[in-house]
Design a protein around this ligand. Sequence first.
Ligand SMILES: *Cc1c(COP(=O)(O)O)cnc(C)c1O
Length: 345
Amino acid sequence: MEKKDLDWGSLPFSYMKTDYSYVCNYKNGAWEEGGLTTDHSLQMSECAGVLHYAQTIFEGLKAYTTESGDIVCFRPDLNAQRMADSAARLCMPEFPQDKFVEAVKEVVTANAAWVPPFGSGATLYVRPYMFATGDVIGVKPADEYQFRILVTPVGPYFKGGDTAVTITVADYDRAAPHGTGNIKAGLNYAMSLYPGEKAHAAGYAENLYLDSMTRTYVEETGGANILLVDKDGNLVVPQSFTNSILPSITRRSLVVVARDILGMNVIERPVKFQEILDGDFVECGMCGTAAVISPVGHIEAEGIDVTFPDGAETSGPVMHKLRSTLTEIQSGKVEGPEGWVVKIL
Ligand SMILES: *Cc1c(COP(=O)(O)O)cnc(C)c1O
């Protein structure tokens, strides 16, 4: 298959129109057949529920080329499941999970010419999303929805490569104490834009959010879960007692990699921000689909100046090992657990 004529090595992390998107409508209590479309814009009622009450959710995964030339994606079943959980929380219908995986395969196959070649550092970002198209004026869930998938080739999320970044502490909450932070929904991102812009303007890469109920425990950053390494070399994974950390697929996969493949001790527990201030951790990383792990070297805020000594400049040894092992599994170099790497083409 003829690849598109793109400079794969220098793609930004931004949207580019490709050949096909996938679209499927929900009407009269049922999902229609759904299929590919070449129409990349959409028209809807001025009264659509998404526009007024923010009934919209999304997912993100990547399709990429392995060393042997296969086009694959990573654990799409978990994206399907998480989207179903997000839908339930926002009173939206579940998009059938097997249909989700089939739709991902269909739209990636149709856009195979846009999947970056192995070794380019780029991937095809796959963005499933669903929103309320039905008219709503009184506050209630809409009765019509659209599910779509767009795909777009992207370069690395963090341009600086393995350079450790400095993050700050948001003085805003990301999620309400009654919890919507554990779903992948635009509403959480909308609430993070203001503190995010403030952090960027002050020179920080990201915000670290504390739990919104007591503001004493670490949750996650704006768009990535946090991983820590303590002085004994344990991987410490923050847990939320209000269930408001987004269940990152990368984080859940890294826990398995650390425990079952690298033989590390993994501790998943609530982590007090004070422990970080006390210097109890030697490495920190942010994990998510786009970057796998990006190293955090410092946390700074008014009266706060924390350095992670083993990863202050670039990834520390544990984050480095975790990232390279997961990357090798994804690229097919190392065999991972059954069902993780799903062949598309
Ligand atoms: C998507 C997302 C992540 C990362 O999840 P992955 O499944 O690993 O990509 C982490 N935090 C938030 C808030 C997210 O939206």
